[in-house]
Design a protein around this ligand. Structure first.
Ligand SMILES: [Zn+2]
Length: 298
């Protein structure tokens, strides 16, 4: 992805402390960001017996805010100005590009104005409107403070453990989280979350899968429009996204962690579904094509 030319977003809150360890860029060069979260989740899952795939889903959707954590953002370690390190610049560039694309695409396709989300970069842990954000939770979107939380310290492990690499694989993950923000702007997230409180766990998981696959599809819509407007994609980029989508499918993660998959417990969708929905969005470039709640088949 030609991200070096993207406008860096100003909506980045850099909470990474000084001297908190390297930023984990693979090879230290112009490689890519990663989402090694999952690796940490696997380790946690192995130690605690908790299924990592549930943690990933839980991080994104299920957390209830605690009152004291909803106020007083953690300002102690905040830096000002745009990030200057490679992974920070990358995250700011991708976020900036999603803003430029969605500011135009969302009103055109849905009649709604796009209000940007803020991305919080952190290392290890930080407060979020949805409770403590921890590296092990993976990147997530918090609807209560409208922010995307991204720990940049574990990026390279995604590459090492899951063999998923390439800047576009990581751009897809950011675009997926921005996709949740789009769902929020469109009023879909609050509706689904209300519904989830009224149903049993199985049904709640099913709703979660639809939300997640929609976010994958919206990432595809972004990719298509970004390419049309900014000539952003390079050969192999879509394959990178497909590999990432495949690597973080619930079935794949569950098989890796416990040897078998339990579809009723899926919260994000299978590898095949995640790849399919990203492609649905990418092929059409249309927000409307992402209505996973109307789709007869996921
Ligand atoms: Zn998600």
């Amino acid at each position: 992805m030609r991200w070096e030319d993207f406008r860096a977003s100003e909506n980045v809150e850099d909470r990474r402390g000084e001297g908190g360890g390297g930023f984990g860029f693979p090879g230290g060069g112009a490689g890519g960001l990663g989402i090694g979260t999952i690796v940490i989740l696997c380790i946690i899952g192995w130690v605690t017996g908790i299924n990592p795939a549930i943690l990933i889903g839980g991080a994104e959707m299920v957390n209830r805010p605690r009152q004291e954590e909803r106020q007083a953002p953690d300002g102690a370690q905040r830096r000002t100005g745009p990030p200057t390190d490679q992974s920070g610049r990358f995250a700011a560039a991708i976020l900036g590009n999603t803003e430029d694309v969605w500011k135009q695409v969302l009103p055109n396709q849905t009649g709604r104005q796009y209000t940007p989300t803020t991305m919080v970069l952190y290392q290890g842990g930080t407060r979020s409107g949805c409770g403590m954000a921890r590296a092990a939770m993976g990147p997530f979107y918090c609807p209560l403070d409208k922010k995307v939380y991204l720990d940049t310290s574990f990026f390279k492990e995604m590459e090492q453990k899951f063999k998923v690499k390439g800047d576009f694989a990581y751009a897809y993950v950011i675009a997926h989280e921005v996709g949740h923000h789009i769902q929020d702007v469109l009023g879909i997230l609050p509706k689904v979350q209300r519904r989830q409180q009224q149903v049993d766990e199985r049904e709640s998981n099913r709703l979660s899968v639809r939300v997640e696959l929609m976010a994958d599809c919206l990432a595809g819509v972004w990719a298509k429009n970004s390419d049309e407007r900014f000539n952003a994609l390079e050969p192999g980029d879509i394959e990178e996204a497909m590999q990432a989508a495949s690597a973080i499918g619930d079935d794949r993660l569950q098989k890796q962690s416990q040897g078998y998959a339990v579809p009723d417990s899926f919260t994000h969708g299978s590898s095949a579904q995640r790849m399919r929905w990203f492609q649905t969005g990418y092929r059409s470039g249309q927000t409307q094509s992402c209505d996973t709640f109307r789709a007869a088949q996921l």
